[in-house]
Write a protein that binds this ligand. Structure first.
Ligand code: ZN
Length: 193
């Protein structure tokens, strides 16, 4: 599926809850997983593929365990947020909807994710570290928030420079993983949207 780039309206508004698990929703999750791997990325939210529904997928290998899954209508509880905000050297984060940009962003070190899977089962996952970061990033997407919106002013200006250098941020733009290349191919001057 084409990945929507910042400026596209669906990325900047709250996603609607899934009210019924239909074959269309099952197909959406399947297509999102394929798109995430093609990008490649460690997570993908439905608004990023132009669908304003509360769905996200993830696939992250922490070198010991492969964390993979999907969730519908998630709720997220963060723990230890204050300590994270005081973090001196936060990890860098990027987003498939702002290809080519990266910036350090403090996140809560621990979260609890709750929601539903495609089988209608209740899910509860406690996560730390990078998985906790991924969950916060994807959950934000469902609220219409990009990591760029959470950056401090200086870092946000750097990301905005990349966005404007590509002519993004003003309306509809998208890129297609596997056709337009990989996320890592995006560099300044190399527009692939
Ligand atoms: Zn993102």
């Amino acid at each position: 599926m084409p990945i929507q780039i910042t400026g596209t309206a669906v990325l900047h508004r709250r996603a609607a809850p899934v009210t019924e698990i239909t074959p269309r929703i099952i197909q959406l999750v399947d297509d999102m997983v394929e798109t995430m791997h093609a990008a490649p990325g460690v997570g993908l939210a439905a608004p990023q593929v132009g669908v304003g529904l509360q769905v996200f997928v993830w696939s992250y290998d922490d070198a010991e365990v492969l964390h993979e899954g999907h969730i519908l209508n998630p709720k997220l509880t963060t723990f230890g947020g204050l300590r994270a905000r005081l973090e001196r050297d936060p990890a860098e984060e990027g987003c498939l909807s702002i290809p080519g940009a990266r910036a350090p962003l403090a996140r809560a070190p621990r979260v609890r994710l709750e929601g539903m899977d495609l089988g209608g089962n209740h899910l509860q996952i406690d996560a730390t570290g990078w998985l906790a970061r991924i969950f916060q990033h994807e959950y934000d997407h469902l609220q219409g928030v990009l990591y760029r919106d959470r950056l401090r002013r200086a870092r946000r200006s750097e990301v905005d420079e990349i966005i404007t250098s590509h002519g993004w941020g003003r309306g509809i733009a998208q890129w297609l993983p596997g056709v337009d290349g990989e996320e890592s191919d995006f560099t300044e001057g190399g527009v692939r949207a």
